[in-house]
Design a protein around this ligand. Structure first.
Ligand SMILES: [Zn+2]
Ligand SMILES: [Zn+2]
Length: 161
């Protein structure tokens, strides 16, 4: 069996245990929403997830996807990313990581930052309240967008000559 398959099976097991522990039924729809998000690498929005699932699950509604994701978030199964865009983006909670958000195309990239993870937060944060977790969102322009912009500028400059 491939490593990835084992990993997915473990995650699904964890998911089922977490649902049962919270008295939540593991319905086919819930399982499919989780599974789809588990396999996604692009931090999809609820709308994107819905579009991917609707062919397989014709009775699914966008509203159900929203509610399901909200429930999963409360159970600590998924993480909702606050982005500058209007639509929240989701991912299954996995290895601790941070996010690079391209402000041009809206893609979200994962990156690791071990020295941040092991650093202590400033003590005055504790005066504000208790911290559950800390993560970093870096805003910028991804390499593909920067390159496209460069090529566009070059063409503009050429046409002006
Ligand atoms: Zn980009
Ligand atoms: Zn991520």
């Amino acid at each position: 069996m491939r490593m990835e398959t084992i990993h997915i099976q473990r995650q699904i097991q964890h998911f089922e245990q977490r649902c049962k522990g919270a008295g939540l039924k593991v319905t086919h729809q819930r399982l499919e929403v989780y599974r789809e998000l588990l396999g996604a690498r692009d931090h999809p929005s609820a709308e994107t997830l819905y579009k991917r699932l609707e062919r397989r699950l014709p009775t699914l509604s966008l509203d159900t996807v929203y509610r399901t994701l909200a429930t999963f978030e409360k159970l600590g199964l998924v993480h909702r990313l606050e982005t500058a865009a209007s639509q929240a983006r989701y991912e299954v909670l996995h290895t601790r990581h941070h996010h690079f958000l391209c402000d041009v195309c809206g893609q979200v990239f994962d990156f690791f930052w071990p020295s941040f993870d092991t650093a202590e937060l400033p003590s005055n944060v504790g005066e504000i309240g208790t911290v559950d977790h800390a993560s970093v969102v870096v805003h910028g322009t991804c390499t593909a967008c920067a390159q496209a912009q460069q090529e566009y500028d070059a063409r503009q400059a050429e046409s002006l000559q």
